[in-house]
Design a binder for this molecule. Structure first.
Ligand SMILES: [Mn+2]
Length: 332
């Protein structure tokens, strides 16, 4: 099969080819990325549900560990731990196969792979690559694909896609809050998406340990380069003191990026003695992926991440050096 890099308005052509693959498939996998967010998992669950309503056998898949913070998404309980041999695999919101963690082998072994994503850095690892960097969320592409294939969109499917859109636009606060995104939100609500419930579960369901952890991390926030670089960290000791898990540390970066005048915000998360995860946010002319790329990470211009296999001390020093150099290179 030929590799086709399909970009919109190629969705109708892609839909025909994808529909053919679906019709021929017996066991279909829908794979989210490691440390799945609501865009990745919501897209996978939405697409799986739509295919199931068409009578297909579908298996939503997530690399371990299970992202329990997303257990509110409709169909979370259908995530398959031990899938049968698959003949068709859809991947969602993932630019490179290594983001599939312990499920990365599937991309190599399943005969047909369809890659659905909105990262500009997508490597096009699928047989069909439905990649649109202009889309605000992968869920937006899923919606257009389902529509192009005349698939049923249930209230549950709409809720999953709404969760994808709401969170990837930061509750319609990020720069990717386009007219298309806002219109899609209205369409999804019209289809039965429960907007209030998604907001409740996404932003108003934090645990006390999570709140304490955010307080500890924000209390130790560092600011340098005239306030343009803002960073903090979450250590294993802080997790223990707060009684929180690393998965509950996701919201801290959202606090850091609210600081007036910041250009780069970084949170360092100590995941083990020799493993540090970083999340980066940026503003204006700064591209977050430039902070993460030297460490094998990536993402979007405004939000990126990386994993460093080294102690927190050295990871912090090396990442901050890259961030400072980036700020120095800006015209003042
Ligand atoms: Mn996304």
């Amino acid at each position: 099969m030929t590799v086709a890099q399909l970009r919109f308005p190629g969705v109708d052509d892609a839909a025909r080819d994808i529909r053919r693959l679906i019709d021929d498939a017996r066991e279909i996998g829908c794979l989210a990325h490691k440390d799945a967010d609501a865009d990745s998992l919501g897209s996978a669950l939405a697409f799986a549900e739509a295919l199931r309503e068409m009578g297909k056998r579908v298996h939503p898949l997530v690399p371990s560990p299970l992202p329990l913070a997303l257990r509110y998404l409709p169909g979370f309980e259908t995530i398959t731990q031990e899938p049968p041999a698959l003949d068709l695999l859809f991947t969602f919101d993932c630019a490179t196969p290594h983001r599939f963690g312990d499920r990365a082998g599937l991309v190599e072994t399943v005969p047909h792979v369809v890659n659905v994503d909105h990262h500009a850095s997508n490597q096009g690892f699928g047989e069909i690559n439905l990649v649109d960097p202009a889309a605000s969320a992968t869920g937006q592409i899923v919606y257009r694909l389902l529509r192009a294939m005349d698939c049923p969109i249930s209230a549950e499917t709409a809720t999953n896609l709404y969760a994808a859109l709401l969170t990837d636009t930061g509750s319609f606060r990020h720069e990717n809050t386009t007219e298309a995104a806002l219109r899609l939100a209205a369409d999804l609500v019209a289809l039965g998406a429960d907007a209030g419930w998604v907001a409740l579960k996404s932003y108003k369901s934090r645990s006390i340990p999570q709140l304490r952890l955010e307080g500890m991390a924000t209390a130790t926030t560092q600011s340098e380069s005239g306030g343009r670089l803002v960073w903090s960290e979450i250590t294993l000791a802080m997790l223990e003191e707060a009684g929180a898990t690393l998965q509950e540390a996701e919201g801290v970066i959202d606090q850091l990026q609210t600081v007036d005048g910041m250009k780069i915000a970084i949170i360092f998360k100590e995941a083990g003695p020799e493993l540090v995860k970083i999340s980066v946010r940026s503003r204006d002319e700064v591209d977050s992926t430039q902070v993460c790329a030297p460490f094998g990470g990536g993402g979007h211009r405004r939000a990126a991440g990386a994993e460093l296999r080294e102690p927190l001390e050295t990871a912090r020093r090396r990442v901050l050096e890259v961030a400072r150099a980036l700020l120095r290179s800006l015209p003042s």
